[in-house]
Design a protein around this ligand. Structure first.
Ligand SMILES: [Zn+2]
Length: 325
C-alpha cells in the first residue's frame, strides 16, 4: 500500500481518538474506515462496503446492532453525512499535522454510490495533493520544527447574528461607520428604554439614584463591549478569543475569532477557529486563553495538565509558540 496513506490513516486514528466528538457514532464510522484501511491495505483503494464498516464498528467500537440487510445502507450513509460535515472542520488540522511529517497531501473521505443490482456504496480514505494555501502552511511549519507547533483543530464559519456582525465589521470607509452608528444607536436606544423603565418605577431623584443611573450606564456599556468588543478588536489584532455567545455549545471557551485579510485576491473574512498543540513538557493538550494579568493584551497557550507552569506564547500566523518562563 501507499506508505503515505498508511501514515495518514494512523495519524487520523491517533488524533481523532482525542476529539470531543470521539464517542459520536459518525466518528465510530471514521475509526472503522481508518482501521480497515490499515488492516486491509490491498483493498483500501477501491474502498469498503456498508457491511464492512458496520462489522468493524461492532468489533472494535460501540455496538451498532446486527448486520442484517434491512436498513444497513441508510444507517451507514446517514452517519456518513454527519461525518462529512465534521470532517470539513477537522481536515485542515489533520493536513497540517501530516505536512509536519513530510506528507504534502490532504486526506479526503470519499463515497462512491453503488448502483442497483445489489452493488453497495464504497467508502474510501484517499489522499489528494495539497493546494496552494496548505503549501504556505508547510513553509511555516518546516521553518520551526523545534518550537511548539499549533494546529487548527477545528475551523468553522460564523452563523446567524455573528455572521452578520462580522460582515458589518469588514466593511470599509464610511459604510463601516454607518454600520457602527446604526448598531450603537440600536444598543443605546435599548439601554435608554431600560433606564426609563427603571426610573419610572422609582421616581426618586436623590443622590443615590444618580449613582445608580451612572452605574447602570457603565454596566450596560461594559456588557455591550464584552458582547461585541471581540469583533472590533479582531480587526486590529487579527485574532481574539470569541465572545461567549459565539462559542459553540459544549466548548471550553477556547474558540477564537480570526480575521483573515485576503484582499485583493478574495474577500476578507472573520472565521471561528480552535487551535491546539501538544505540550512539549508533558505531552498534554495546550489550548489558547487570554493572557490576562501576567501577559496583558496577549493570547497564550496553556497546558491542561499544568496551566500555570506549562505556558507558551501563541503566534496564530506562523502557528508556533515557545515556552514562557
Ligand atoms: Zn504540560
Amino acid at each position: 500500500m501507499d506508505e503515505s496513506l498508511k501514515k495518514a490513516a494512523e495519524l487520523i486514528k491517533e488524533v481523532s481518538s482525542e476529539w470531543k466528538e470521539k464517542d459520536q457514532r459518525c466518528v465510530n464510522v471514521l475509526h472503522a474506515l481508518v482501521q480497515l484501511t490499515i488492516d486491509k491495505p490491498e483493498e483500501a483503494k477501491k474502498g469498503f462496503t456498508n457491511r464492512e464498516l458496520l462489522e468493524c464498528v461492532n468489533q472494535y467500537f460501540k455496538h451498532w446492532g446486527d448486520t442484517s440487510e434491512g436498513d444497513l445502507a441508510s444507517k451507514v450513509s446517514g452517519e456518513w453525512r454527519k461525518l462529512e460535515k465534521l470532517w470539513g472542520k477537522k481536515e485542515k488540522g489533520i493536513a497540517q499535522r501530516l505536512s509536519v511529517q513530510g506528507i504534502n497531501e490532504v486526506p479526503r473521505l470519499k463515497r462512491e454510490i453503488g448502483g442497483g443490482g445489489g452493488h453497495s456504496s464504497k467508502y474510501i480514505l484517499t489522499l489528494v495533493p495539497a493546494n496552494h494555501e496548505n503549501l504556505k502552511d508547510d513553509f511555516h511549519a518546516n521553518e520551526s520544527l523545534e518550537q511548539l507547533q499549533y494546529f487548527e483543530d477545528d475551523v468553522d464559519e460564523l452563523k446567524g447574528i455573528a455572521r452578520g456582525l462580522s460582515r458589518g465589521f469588514l466593511l470599509t470607509g464610511w459604510r463601516k461607520w454607518v454600520f457602527f452608528s446604526i448598531m450603537l444607536t440600536a444598543i443605546l436606544t435599548f439601554g435608554v428604554v431600560l433606564l426609563l423603565f427603571f426610573f419610572g418605577i422609582s421616581q426618586q431623584e436623590t443622590f443615590g439614584q444618580a449613582i445608580k443611573f451612572v452605574g447602570s450606564i457603565v454596566i450596560i456599556l461594559w456588557a455591550e463591549w464584552s458582547l461585541f468588543g471581540g469583533f472590533f478588536r479582531v480587526i486590529d489584532r487579527r485574532v481574539e478569543v470569541a465572545p461567549l455567545w459565539v462559542q459553540p455549545w459544549s466548548s471550553d471557551n477556547d474558540w477564537l475569532l480570526v480575521f483573515e485579510k485576503n484582499k485583493p485576491t478574495a474577500p476578507n473574512v472573520i472565521k471561528l477557529k480552535r487551535y491546539t498543540a501538544k505540550c512539549s513538557t508533558c505531552g498534554g493538550l495546550v489550548r489558547i486563553h487570554q493572557g490576562v494579568f501576567s501577559y496583558p493584551n496577549r493570547l497564550v497557550g496553556k497546558c491542561d495538565n499544568s496551566p500555570r507552569e506549562h505556558v507558551f506564547s501563541f503566534d496564530h500566523y506562523l502557528r508556533v509558540g515557545s515556552e514562557r518562563t
